[in-house]
Design a protein around this ligand. Structure first.
Ligand code: ATP
Ligand code: MG
Length: 403
């Protein structure tokens, strides 16, 4: 038995009123992008459902990819058969067999959109149900709370059957809520911050600060690998790699040691903000969590954040480290993040950074250097990579035989 299509149920997007059309179009686009190496599929979005027609492709290969796409509540692979009882019963039996293990209960839930069909809903439930019972041992009916529900939908053009429901990633389609720049280190936190923001429909571009020769190619590769993991949720992620050595060394030479960390963060934020502006992003995102390290006190955030009016999103701000690690494991970034290659901050971190820095002081220390010119140089020297979460050729198509 081969599935012909996948029925996708929208999550939160179905509550979005007038924007709904834009949300469903975005979801359709994201699905097509993620599945672009399956050339024979096509995707059509209707008001409250989306349908993926599988063509020659295998549902089993498509399902794991769909599970990662935001904006999907749940989905079900569907078998399409002609309008005759023999085909319906055989397909129904094979679907129930697929999900069956001893002791499981089932029910048939028929719907008849084509009222001309020879049997009505009750007759269909009975005929299909008793055929399946006759052909299987150990299966029982439970109409109230079945383990397996076989849906049979009779339409004019064909009959559609499904029995499995997969949970989607929920949230909103990436790109439906604009774009923001994720400040991506090689640590555990920032990839999680990126993931959570994408889940709210925000497209992300990553910005990473790199300080060769103090940081290695392997540290850079680590960030590329993290971006690749994130791109699995969004199709693709742009990664901007900023040459940060000169700025960092200047801070090191000019700013008193206990203020270098504050100043470094301020410069990072200024550069990220310039890159954001160039790329038409609307916000910045960091992996900060209150109280975790010296730079993550409220006083410190205030002194750092002072360099910009751009919204800085901090999705982890109130989370515990263990909760963050949990998500990092779920999205498969954790094991990359814990690799030991140093990033630019670890190397220059002073033994005792100020936990309560004063904005006036850091401004004063910075005032002896023309940082503006150094920042421009860093922005101009930035290298941009596009990391694609899917591979292969694009095959954008539509079809109109809606379920
Ligand atoms: P992470 O686990 O994300 O590295 P952290 O707990 O190590 O976070 P910090 O080192 O204080 O915390 O960094 C705070 C935030 O600053 C990071 O979450 C990230 O958003 C940003 N950041 C730090 N280092 C870099 C870097 N080299 N490139 C880009 N962003 C960075
Ligand atoms: Mg870090």
């Amino acid at each position: 038995m081969k599935y012909n299509r996948i029925l996708v149920r929208y999550g939160e997007i179905s509550t979005k009123g007038r924007n709904r059309k834009m949300f469903t179009a975005k979801l359709r686009e994201n699905i097509l992008h993620t599945l672009k190496d399956f050339p024979t599929i096509s995707v059509a979005a209707s008001r409250d459902r989306l349908h993926i027609q599988l063509g020659d492709e295998n549902a089993e290969e498509i399902i794991p990819r769909l599970e990662k796409i935001f904006g999907i509540q749940s989905f079900s692979p569907v078998v399409k058969v002609p309008q005759n009882m023999e085909d319906i019963m055989k397909a129904g039996l094979s679907l129930v067999q697929k999900s069956f293990s001893p002791g499981k209960t089932f029910k048939v839930a028929a719907r008849r959109a084509d009222k001309k069909f020879e049997l009505d809903t009750n007759e269909l439930n009975y005929e299909v149900g008793s055929y399946i019972l006759r052909n299987m041992d150990g299966l029982k009916v439970d109409v109230k709370n079945p383990d397996i529900q076989l849906n049979v939908e009779v339409r004019k053009e064909a009959v559609y059957l499904s029995s499995e429901i997969y949970q989607g990633s929920t949230g909103m389609p990436v790109g439906a809520s604009g774009k923001a720049m994720l400040m991506l280190s090689g640590g555990i936190d920032s990839p999680v911050a990126g993931y959570l923001t994408m889940k709210r429909g925000v497209e992300i571009e990553a910005v990473h600060f790199h300080s060769p020769p103090f940081t290695s190619e392997r540290a850079k590769q680590k960030v590329i690998d993290l971006s690749k993991k994130l791109s699995a949720f969004s199709g693709k992620v742009k990664l901007h790699i900023v040459p940060f050595t000169k700025v960092q060394q200047t801070i090191h030479d000019q700013v008193p040691e206990n203020y270098t960390m504050t100043s470094t963060r301020r410069m990072m934020l200024r550069i990220a903000d310039q890159i954001r502006e160039k790329n038409e992003g609307l916000a910045l995102i960091t992996g900060e969590s209150l109280g975790q390290v010296a730079s993550q006190t409220l006083e410190s955030m205030q002194a750092i954040n002072d360099v910009t009016n751009t919204p800085v999103l901090r999705p982890l701000i109130a989370m515990d480290k263990l909760e963050i690690i949990d998500i990092a494991q779920k999205i498969d970034t954790h094991d990359i993040s814990i690799l030991p290659y140093e990033d630019c901050c670890t190397i220059f971190t002073p033994p005792a950074p100020k936990t309560r820095p004063k904005k006036e002081k850091v401004e004063y220390y910075e005032s002896f250097v023309d940082f503006e010119a150094l920042l421009t140089e860093a922005v101009d020297g930035t290298e941009t990579l596009t990391i694609d979460g899917s591979t292969g050729s694009n095959a954008e198509k539509t079809f109109d035989g809606l379920l």
